[in-house]
Design a protein around this ligand. Sequence first.
Ligand code: ZN
Length: 137
Amino acid sequence: MSFFKKNRKEKKLLQWKIKRRCIDLIIESSKSVYPNEFGGLLSVDEKEKNTITELVLLPGTVQGEAHAIFKLHMMPVDFRIVGTVHSHPSPYPIPSKADLELFGKHGRIHIIIASPFNYSSWKAYDYNGNEINIEVV
Ligand code: ZN
């Protein structure tokens, strides 16, 4: 079994993808809680582990600052969860200091969507806060 070798190679070639319906749901959810922040978790397909197929909404956590949205004990134990998504009521999808702390702790991919919440007002970041490209499929 060369699982580890293969895994390492895949990591290098990784191109993240996200289903369009997930973006739609993120847009809808952000609009519906505005001017509060919306927060959720990103879950990938069981077979295509680089494709985000599901948005997991956290119960009762739609108010306040992003770092308050993501309470550790509310995170379900699910290996398909790869990262987080949250909205900014401002027009800037730029990670705050609290966001960067969150990114470093939880997951590999993080999406921020800013006002006016459309296809071009979101960005994705890695755990270091570097912007990364996600292909919408
Ligand atoms: Zn934020």
